[in-house]
Design a protein around this ligand. Sequence first.
Ligand code: GZL
Length: 425
Amino acid sequence: MADWLRDRAEDELTARSGSLPGIDVVFAQNDAMAYGAWRAFQAAGRTGIKLIGIDGLPGPMGGIDLVRKGILAATFTCPTGGKEAVAYAVDLLSKKEGIPKKIYLRPRMVTAESLKEGTPASTTAPAARAPLGRPIVLGFSQVGSESEWRVANTKSIKNAAAKAGIQLLFEDGRQRQENQIAAIRSFIERKVDIIAFSPVVESGWDEVLREAKDAGIPVILSDRAVDVKDDTLWLSFMGSDFLEEGRRAARWLVEALKGEVSVHIVELQGTIGSAPAIDRRIGFEEVIRDYPQFKIVASESGDFFKDQGYEVMKRILASGLPRVDALFAHNDDMAIGAIQALEEAGLKPGTEVKIVSIDAAHGAFMAMLAGKLNCTVECNPLLGPQLMKAIQDYMAGTDLPIRMITSEGVYTAENARRDMKGREY
Ligand code: GZL
């Protein structure tokens, strides 16, 4: 423990230098401590130890300088966020739309090699990137139209582009990755200014995103994340925290049924391999892990479709499960389909079988008013204004956060009538 202080790190390591084992690498949680470690090792005649720090500040003996001097092997910038905080404050005061609830700024790795290519992005915004004298051209590849959420998301993107005066080339992927890849390639051929897309699944995007990067076209991830080796292939990811959505669903269910001796849960998963399906399941299981009486007894994908939610639930109920006490559906559409299957099987959704789903779309509120759904965790589809603001900011020369998270709530049947007033979806 060195309390972020260079001298404390040096003193601690000097005091222990006789008892320290052979060391190859030291990771320090800031550059100052890494430098203190280096001074201690130098004094003890211990060389060849690689030192890695964090902060990457400019200026004499800042992390970047320490890398340049060969004292640190690497550091990672930790953007201070001051510039962004002031910019968003001004946006809030001027009542701008599309301001994210939470942002993560992009850290950059600084090594001797990266310094040869140029120091990390400077703190001053680069020159404006806007195409002068004509509208910005955005290519957007959408997943499809599988759910109420998706329909609301598409409407938000289209309306916000029109309002922002951004020329939108919109392609519907019809649930297939190959269609989305073809659409992105068509955007590259048409030399759009920027590409945004909601990836139907997490993997398989490296090649086409490399093509976009090589063509000098930035890519923003809307709604869902991708799993690529090189995270510089995309500029920013805006959307919900799916892990937290899964946790929220589980917390509600645990609270609702905590008095039960055992709770048999059916899980209807979203599209296999999609970020929301992967993370919602992880978040849900992370919470119920602490409550052994809560068990997932059946789990299948309904691909976010209502009719598949019905078919899968019907099949699970016919499989001879001893009983079903609760349903966790990764989206409202599948929950609504499952409600029909439960009723056809003579069960009472919302009372005998507690149901929690995700999206907080209109259909979920109607099901809650009918007493057939108990809770829906919001996943905000209205990303249009946030996406267009990000694009305009970027084109004006602003560096975008690596992550922008939307604000969301949790809605229950008890308050459905009050909460649904004024909702856009
Ligand atoms: C989540 C989104 C999911 C919704 C589903 O951000 O990708 O896809 O939860 C939709 O309703 O089909």
